[in-house]
Unconditional design. Sequence first.
Length: 282
Amino acid sequence: MKLRTTRGNTQDARGNENFSSPTLERPRVRQRWAIKAFLGVALISIACCALPARAEITTTAFDAANKLYEEGKFAAAASAYEKLVRSGRVSAALYFNLGNAFFKSGRIGCAIAAYRQAEQIAPRDPDLRANLQFARNQTQGPALSASRWQHWLGKLTLNEWTLVAASAVWLWFFLLALLEWRPAFRRILNGYMLALAVAAAASCLCLAAALYNSHYVRTVIVIAPEAVVRYGPLEESQSAFTVHDGFELRVLDQKDDWLQVSVDARRTGWLRKDQTLFAPRG
């Protein structure tokens, strides 16, 4: 298995009122409104022209970063992609290419972080999933294991779970209203009502779990070649175990510049925050 290739371009008073004649006032009012209208049209025109220009600049910068990657200048390409990310015009393709550039530069942890950012935008992209798994396979030591429940929740994004739950609930209310309006349909729709109520309850439960994971379950990715996890949040504390670039850890607590992390119930300790990157929220 090898890394999937980098993608190409893709696609935001009036003052003195003592006038002798009221007829003199109207042209001045019209003139002021004409000036305002002209300025408004001018601003809109400038904005409309600026947006395509900015998009063109972004496209050019993206193509330039791709060229650096194709020339084998992976570190320079990663820097160019990062500059685009900081500009705010992000996409799944941009994070995908950034992950590839990081991986080729030997920065596995940063590559995993970039792939996981792309996963938030395109959660079921097969190339992205393949590259993320390929990068994870290069890490040394046991990976952070996810439960079956977490695997199930990961099949949909938080927005998708929200849409599923809302649709199920509203459909259940619609059938309930229909039964109130046409009681004769009760015998026909009772089974559907029960099944839909169960589906709505299950989808709401999944949504609640996804919200909890998104807001309260945090993971970090090690970006240092080697990092020592200690028993306490001090450099003098005894070493508990060692993790390597690309290792993903669950965050339990934070104290100053230290994070309490764990791989499983048996291995817990404190790691310096500057040796990690926070993974995107679910």
